[in-house]
Design a binder for this molecule. Structure first.
Ligand code: BT5
Length: 326
């Protein structure tokens, strides 16, 4: 009901009378009054006028489920359960619990702040309150378990599309799971899976986007390697707008992967990649080497040409070597 009330208020610049709302939603005016009080308590600045009705002056910059639902453009993602936490250990950890408990595909988990945000290999993820999008999406893909890494690449394409569309910046994808702007990390993606031998139970895609974090707000060790859309554009970006764009793009690429396979998505990944064609240092699980990143293969592995062989990198860290002036 609150989502519907918000929708009505948003679509109207002027006042909307209690009578109109009650007719359109078929509820009593007392019930509407109660919903308005609850919305005000959540931080909505709603003007009420005894004769004219209600007007939304300002919505809080929080990723509240009602707000999200009133702006969603998707068919599935975010249409089912939305788990929202002002503070959470890690949205991925919560999403995995929900997935094991049987939540439907497209369930999302959001935290305004994460106190135990995770990267790969137990690294931390800095996730301050209200300044980023700390999101996990539960998928139940009909893919083989060995195809799960492709979900990370698919998510990178989707998030990069959304960031470019909403902010206008020229961000690019670094293999396999980062989105960078001018060499600094804007987004990290952590995909986690539960599977049997031949089928995936669920995949949780965790996406961390630095939105309105100012340079001096990053901890010292991240200041030179991380950035945010606010730093990149010089303006605050609505997290809600960016979030709904991310969900739409993610739903689109996922649908595309299911119906047409990953080929087109990988082509787009190649076009948005900042890794391909670069001299790179690879720190793999068992070895270290240097070469030129020449392509990705059909599995999403990075192909690196070294002095004497073509290496296939399926996991690990790849750093782009700065060009040496000749
Ligand atoms: C990643 O790991 O980049 C995956 C990050 C995924 C975060 C999301 S947020 C929602 C969901 N819930 C979670 O708990 N996690 C996911 P990796 O490639 O291992 O990079 C981690 C490294 O990035 C750290 O060791 C830092 O150097 C750096 N880092 C940490 N926080 C950062 C931030 N906010 N922005 C940029 N870099 C950061």
């Amino acid at each position: 009901m609150r989502t519907k009330i918000l929708e009505l208020l948003r679509n109207r610049e002027d006042y909307l009378s209690g009578e109109d709302i009650s007719r359109q939603l078929d509820v009593s005016r007392t019930a509407i009054w109660k919903h308005m009080q609850a919305l005000k308590q959540d931080g909505y600045d709603i003007e009420s006028h005894s004769r004219l009705g209600y007007r939304l002056r300002h919505a809080p910059d929080l990723l509240l489920p009602d707000e999200i639902r009133s702006q969603l453009t998707t068919d599935k993602f975010g249409r089912g359960p939305i788990f929202y936490f002002p503070e959470v250990e890690s949205t991925n950890t919560e999403a995995k619990k929900k997935a094991v408990a049987g939540c439907p595909e497209g369930t999302i988990v959001l935290g305004e702040a994460q106190v135990g945000g995770r990267g790969r290999l137990s690294r931390g993820w800095f996730s301050p309150f209200g300044k980023g999008i700390w999101l996990s999406v539960v998928l139940r893909p009909p893919f083989q378990p060995q195809e799960a890494p492709k979900c990370t690449m698919m998510a990178a394409v989707a998030v990069n599309r959304a960031i470019r569309r909403i902010t206008g910046i020229d961000s690019g994808i670094k293999w396999p799971n980062d989105i960078l702007f001018q060499g600094k990390k804007l987004v990290g993606i952590l995909t986690e899976m539960s599977a049997e031998m031949d089928a995936i139970n669920h995949v949780v895609i965790g996406i961390g986007i630095n939105v309105n974090i100012m340079k001096q707000e990053f901890p010292e060790e991240l200041r030179e390697i991380a950035t945010s859309t606010a730093v990149a554009t010089g303006r605050e970006i609505s997290r809600l707008t960016l979030l709904t764009a991310v969900l739409q793009e993610l739903e689109d690429v996922y649908q595309q992967a299911i119906t047409q396979g990953f080929q087109e998505i990988f082509q787009e990944w190649r076009r948005q990649s900042i890794t391909l064609g670069q001299a790179v240092n690879v720190i793999g699980i068992h070895n270290k080497f240097a070469g030129i990143a020449v392509d990705i293969d059909d599995d999403g592995a990075l192909l690196v040409q070294t002095a004497d062989s073509l290496e296939r990198v399926i996991a690990g860290d790849v750093s782009i070597r700065p060009r040496v002036e000749e």
